[in-house]
Design a binder for this molecule. Structure first.
Ligand SMILES: C[S@@+](CC[C@H](N)C(=O)[O-])C[C@H]1O[C@@H](n2cnc3c(N)ncnc32)[C@H](O)[C@@H]1O
Length: 177
């Protein structure tokens, strides 16, 4: 039985992959858990979130780290501020826990953002997608992302899901040539 949650599994994978010279992107900062995880292991982290509460929560969670650059803009615009290639991008879709659930990732902008992230990744770079199906719109967003993965024939490093149909889905893709 698959018992670990997708974030635990994603972090376990990344802990082996990340290197101290890497640049990583957290495309959905939220409460800063992924940002902090990346900041402890990488040279630089570039983070995005559209809501000020998430940016503030991430700043607090990561206080003491000076290798983090945060942008309060949509991840769909990441190419406007990232002008070099990166080693890893993580998306944790959905809404900020215990905050306004109407501020939520949307299929169209999520797809635009994932495509931008894929363009920005170096060869052998890693894209982590944590997709949730249990909230309104979550299944639709997940279907769009799974279709994109299928269309680009991305190399799947890891796919993981707990046993229930409502369980979130983790996909880890490697950008092979
Ligand atoms: C599930 S939370 C992320 C959790 C976070 N990774 C953590 O470790 O705490 C999803 C976040 O996506 C943000 N979000 C929604 N739409 C977005 C967009 N278009 N661009 C960037 N962030 C967005 C929400 O504001 C929310 O904070």
């Amino acid at each position: 039985m698959n018992k670990d949650n997708i974030n635990t599994v994603a972090h376990r994978y990344l802990a082996n992959y990340l290197k101290s010279e890497f640049t990583a992107v957290d495309a959905t900062c939220g409460n800063g858990n992924d940002t902090l995880f990346l900041a402890k292991r990488c040279k630089k982290v570039i983070g995005f979130d559209i809501q000020s509460q998430a940016i503030e929560n991430t700043k607090k969670r990561c206080s003491g780290f000076n290798n983090i650059e945060l942008h309060q803009i949509s991840h769909a615009q990441m190419k406007e501020v990232i002008h070099k290639q990166v080693d890893c991008v993580i998306f944790n879709f959905g809404y900020l826990p215990k905050a306004d659930p109407s501020i939520i990732t949307q299929p169209e902008s999520s797809l635009t953002a994932v495509k931008a992230a894929w363009d920005l990744l170096k060869k052998d770079g890693i894209l982590v997608l944590c997709c949730y199906v249990g909230h309104p719109g979550g299944q639709e967003e997940t279907d769009v992302l799974l279709q994109w993965i299928n269309d680009i024939h991305a190399h799947e490093e890891l796919a993981y899901r707990q046993d229930r149909p409502s369980s979130p889905i983790l996909k880890i893709l490697k950008k092979t040539p």
